[in-house]
Design a protein around this ligand. Structure first.
Ligand SMILES: *[C@@H]1O[C@H](CO)[C@@H](O)[C@H](O)[C@H]1NC(C)=O
Ligand SMILES: *[C@@H]1O[C@H](CO)[C@@H](O)[C@H](O)[C@H]1NC(C)=O
Ligand SMILES: *[C@@H]1O[C@H](CO)[C@@H](O)[C@H](O)[C@H]1NC(C)=O
Ligand SMILES: *[C@@H]1O[C@H](CO)[C@@H](O)[C@H](O)[C@H]1NC(C)=O
Length: 273
């Protein structure tokens, strides 16, 4: 059994040495080369893949990547990588199409923002959130950030599509009747008809007042006892006064004497009406 143990030990040592040699071999090729069996072969340039490995007498044989595939770096790979397809159903679209040396770059569609970015290309996108009624758009969403919403403050409202909340209609200060107070989603409602009724009512009242006062003044004038005085435009004729023209007025005596021109004098009779 000692021999068996020794054999196992020797076998393990051999294995370790072989692994060491193999790992040394794998890292022994310079970065511009790759290992093919026991040879270091030159890598194929970006945009190409290895068709056949090099041999002791022949160089590596390379071919260009076929359409829909790419190789970003010089490599010793025998297959090019398939180009990424921007999944429309994941809210993605192409920013840059695939070339033989560069993979597709995807970006979020309009109204989406990226939630998973890998090597500068978006892998998954979510739809921007929609602000709810009672909220306003605090920050519009971008390709990399979601929309930010915020609650309307007291006395304002919004349907969620605005960048601000509108203040409620101030019914009282507009001299209108408040029908329904506003909340965060709806404006206050005022009674509009009141306003339309007030003006005609005021005008009607004014007209009525004017009419009444006119009637009152007319009545007062009529009811007032006035001393009517008859005047004569007189001239003397053969020692007698002759009235050539007569007028009746309601001026008092004192005024009359001043107002009467030239030959006008008061006639004798004074009438009371
Ligand atoms: C061998 O192939 C590589 C890759 O195609 C190329 O870069 C290199 O110039 C070639 N060497 C010779 C000596 O042809
Ligand atoms: C799309 O490409 C342009 C220019 O290459 C770049 O400025 C922009 O940030 C890219 N958009 C996204 C969402 O990656
Ligand atoms: C808004 O109104 C509510 C209810 O009337 C009240 O509890 C709250 O303190 C008010 N907030 C502000 C900022 O005025
Ligand atoms: C706001 O008012 C509207 C109309 O009166 C009503 O439908 C809605 O439920 C109210 N919202 C809240 C949050 O009270």
């Amino acid at each position: 059994s000692v021999v068996l143990l020794l054999n196992v030990f020797l076998f393990l040592c051999f294995q370790l040495i072989m692994m060491k040699v193999f790992s040394v071999l794998t890292v022994s090729c310079p970065s511009t080369m790759y290992q093919a069996q026991d040879l270091c072969c030159p890598k194929c340039p970006a945009g190409n893949r290895v068709k056949t490995d090099c041999t002791k007498t022949a160089n590596t044989s390379c071919v260009a990547c076929e359409g829909g595939t790419h190789m970003d770096k010089p490599s010793g790979l025998k297959q090019c990588t398939h180009c990424t397809i921007c999944d429309l159903s994941f809210g993605l679209k192409e920013n840059r199409t695939c070339t033989s040396t560069l993979d597709t770059v995807c970006e979020p569609q309009d109204g989406f923002y990226c939630v998973d970015l890998a090597a500068g290309s978006c892998v998954a996108a979510h739809k921007h959130r929609q602000c709810q009624p009672g909220e306003y758009i605090k920050q519009t969403g971008t390709a990399f950030r979601d929309t930010e919403c915020s609650d309307c403050s007291n006395g304002t409202f919004s349907d969620g599509t605005l960048k601000f909340c509108r203040p409620h209609r101030p019914c009282e200060s507009l001299n209108l009747k408040l029908i329904r107070p506003g909340n965060a989603t709806t404006d206050a409602q005022c009674e509009e008809q009141d306003h339309n009724k007030v003006v005609p009512i005021i005008i009607g009242c004014l007209i009525l007042l004017l009419l009444l006062s006119a009637i009152l003044i007319a009545y007062k004038k009529k009811s007032k006892k006035v001393c009517l005085q008859t005047c004569c435009n007189s001239s003397w004729m053969m020692g007698h006064r002759v009235c050539s023209e007569q007028k009746t007025t309601n001026f008092p005596d004192s005024l009359l004497s001043e107002l009467l021109p030239g030959n006008w004098t008061l006639s004798e009779d004074k009438l009371l009406e």
